[in-house]
Design a protein around this ligand. Structure first.
Ligand SMILES: [Zn+2]
Length: 366
């Protein structure tokens, strides 16, 4: 059986299949239905959250003769022509084509009308990579675009764009996709591909993807190719290099309890499982930060975006420890992050730090 990488398989062709960006999708669909199409769009947000996917769907939909619920129909002349050879939608990666000459070339060619559809669409990815003179050339085009021209600028770093460009664009901020949404998607895709999995696995992958659909899929691909069609938890943990989340949570339990013996045991079993201690240190810093969020914020669920069981655990732990202590622990672990990377005995450093935290007396400081 030939295996097609999941991240290639899952490329939504209609807006309905895009997950986690409802606020954007709705607006785009409204524009398509009302035929109010702008000349310049800015799609910004983290990597792998659907910017280019939405740009492609939008570009096809505005050219489609009979869009279905705002998405390209896939059946009309234009849609069919695009499946063959798509000359009206031009994708440019600004990371490798960032010079003024290249933008001038766009300016020259954008004058010619589209071949099949109504609009000629330029999708410029990583647009923040353009040089200053390239931005200036782009600005000139955006100031006087031909009626048939649509520009979609995509970037992870909108703050690097000149204000003159920003002010010309309709801006769409893509969100990180929630862990819950990624879990649902993974389950759907795994089921469709008859890949065996359990909840713990999808949870681990979705959490590690940190809001990026593409990352979730490439982690899955990697695990599947190791597991020869199955995904097992240990493989996933190995690929992620993160060790078990449970490991961190248990260690924190014991630090809070002040149980020095258990603390040392936890660290030792992490060590035996091949844990990378530089990552471990970061996870602990982050864990204490999350507990501070749980203790101090009104709506920690919205900020941390974690599944209920993890949030419940956080809350239990947060109840047993003061903010002062948490702040001190967080500082302590964040201070050793660099040392952990270069230390010859990172395990000892982690042990020392955890023991100091476990026996910490806030009245005396570290
Ligand atoms: Zn169509």
């Amino acid at each position: 059986m030939s295996y097609q990488a999941l991240y290639r398989q899952y490329r939504p062709k209609c807006f309905e299949d895009v997950i986690g960006q409802e606020h954007i999708v709705t607006t785009l669909i409204n524009q398509i239905n009302s035929e109010h199409i702008g000349h310049a769009y800015l799609f910004t947000g983290s990597r792998g959250v659907g910017k280019t996917t939405c740009a492609r769907i939008f570009a096809r939909a505005i050219n489609c003769l009979h869009p279905v619920n705002g998405s390209p129909c896939g059946k009309c002349e234009v849609c069919k022509a695009y499946d063959e050879n798509n000359m009206d939608i031009i994708e440019i990666d600004a990371a490798s084509n960032n010079k003024v000459e290249e933008v001038r070339d766009i300016r020259e060619k954008v004058k010619y009308p589209p071949i099949n559809g109504k609009y000629k669409v330029y999708i410029i990815d990583e647009v923040h990579m353009l040089t200053d003179s390239a931005f200036n050339a782009l600005l000139k085009t955006l100031e006087e675009p031909p009626a048939h021209a649509v520009f979609i600028l995509a970037t992870t770093e909108a703050h690097k764009l000149p204000a003159t460009i920003l002010s010309r664009c309709m801006r769409f901020d893509f969100r990180l996709v929630t862990t819950e949404d990624i879990i649902k998607l993974l389950k759907k895709i795994f089921d469709k591909n008859k890949i065996e999995y359990d909840d713990k696995i999808v949870q681990a992958i979705a959490t590690a993807a940190e809001g990026g659909v593409r990352d979730a899929l490439s982690i899955s691909d990697c695990a599947i190719s190791f597991g020869k069609g199955k995904i097992d938890y240990d493989t996933v943990v190995n690929i992620l290099g993160i060790g078990d989340k449970e490991q961190v949570a248990t260690l924190v339990d014991n630090i809070i309890k002040g149980d020095l013996g258990e603390v040392l045991e936890n660290i030792n079993s992490a060590y035996l499982s091949g844990k990378n201690f530089a990552v471990f240190g970061k996870e602990l810093t982050n864990y204490f930060k999350n507990l501070i969020v749980v203790k101090t914020c009104n709506n920690p669920d919205a900020i941390l975006n974690q599944p209920k069981e993890i949030m419940d655990r956080y809350k239990l732990q947060a109840d047993k420890i003061s903010v002062d202590k948490l702040l001190a622990f967080m500082e302590k672990f964040s201070n050793i992050e660099t040392d952990l990377k270069y230390s010859l005995s990172p395990k000892t450093l982690i042990e020392l730090t955890c023991l100091e935290c476990a026996s910490f007396d806030p009245s005396k400081k570290f």
